[in-house]
Design a protein around this ligand. Structure first.
Ligand code: PEP
Ligand code: MN
Length: 338
């Protein structure tokens, strides 16, 4: 942290700030300029309330230096983290693809999706059994019966299973069936749930809250990492803006930006990010080109009959075409997709 003093602040005020910095266990370096003095506080500033320095007489401004997250930060770990679950790999040169329906609907549907994902070269099957729906009257998911069907589809195909868990109490149940626990966008700041998945022993896909800043999102990841779970993936799924032509606005600069800030793999969900099936393939391709470590894409045997999110789901032929395009791009930038 840097404390910038007001112009010509008296020595007594400077000493007062420097003394408090020392009391808090940091080293204070006083740098006297021609007009202003700044005090550089050296040490782990995350443990102190740096805003409290704004209250000191003679202080003009307080500037944090360290990111408020630590475990998620590149300062802690320079090499990219690769999350490996069964044949699914995300990060460090691998682009992992999770495909499947928005919701598990019945055995025929989920098994058909799993076979199609596998045939196209995807490595994880998605499908919601516990669904967070805006309306309480909308289909809420098959719950444990849905988890059992995901397990069945996994047994047949060997794909890793990723599915959402909505409450901390449900974590043991969902972790019994899932390989990767998905934290939905609406739950990104449910801190007790984050701690629970942090203790689950399962990899976690942390979706970005539609109104969350990147810093809030990384701090949410920090909750999971702090419980000793290193297998955390961040999933950009679009944010809420003034634009109404797409369901959300999908900011792809998030991908290279996060790669500067964190070692965690960055996944993109172009289905929720656009809300239109005709935009999904282009945005999936753009995500891979931007450096995404994985994709999460909704697909369905008959999208127009889907119980949820059919309008943004690809059919099997479209999913296959998307995979071919994305693989071409991945290969061109020296990565492996699957
Ligand atoms: C989903 O993946 O089906 C889902 C509900 O996504 P989000 O939490 O990003 O809205
Ligand atoms: Mn969905």
């Amino acid at each position: 942290m840097i404390v910038v003093m007001e112009p010509n602040a008296a020595d007594e005020k400077i000493d007062n700030v420097a003394r408090r910095v020392t009391e808090l266990g940091l080293k204070a370096h006083v740098i006297r300029g021609t007009e202003r003095t700044v005090i550089a506080a050296v040490g782990d500033e995350r443990k102190i309330k740096i805003e409290s320095f704004e209250r000191f007489p003679g202080v003009a401004e307080v500037l944090p230096i360290l990111a408020p997250y630590k475990m998620a930060s590149k300062e802690l770990r320079k090499e990219p983290t690769q999350v490996v679950v069964r044949g699914f790999r995300a990060g460090a040169g691998n682009v992992g693809v999770m495909g499947g329906p928005c919701s598990v609907e019945d055995e025929e549907q989920i098994v058909a999706c799993a076979r199609a994902v596998k045939a196209s070269g995807g490595t994880a099957l998605r499908g919601g059994a516990f669904k967070p729906r805006t309306s309480p009257y909308a289909f809420q998911g098959m719950k444990e019966d849905g988890l059992k069907l995901l397990d069945l589809a996994r047994q047949e195909t060997g794909l890793a299973v990723v599915t959402e868990v909505m409450t901390a109490e449900d974590v043991p149940l969902v972790a019994k069936y899932a390989d990767i626990l998905q934290i939905g966008a609406r739950n990104m700041q449910n801190y007790r749930l984050l701690e629970a998945v942090g203790r689950s022993g399962r990899a976690v896909l942390l979706k970005r809250g539609p109104s969350a800043t990147i810093e809030e999102w990384l701090l949410a990841a920090e909750y999971i990492l702090n419980e000793g779970n290193p297998d955390v993936m961040l999933c950009e799924r679009g944010i809420r803006t003034f634009e109404t032509h797409t369901r959300f606005t999908l900011p792809l600069a998030t991908v290279p930006f996060l790669h500067r800030k964190t070692h965690l793999p960055v996944i993109v969900d172009p289905s929720h990010g656009t809300g239109h099936s005709y935009l999904v393939t282009d945005m999936a391709a753009a995500s891979v080109a931007a450096g995404a470590d994985g994709l999460m894409v909704e697909m369905h045997p008959i999208p127009e009959k889907a119980l949820s999110d059919g309008y943004q789901s690809l059919d099997f032929a479209q999913f296959d075409e998307m995979m071919i395009r994305c693989r071409t791009i991945a290969t061109a930038i020296g990565k492996t997709l699957g």
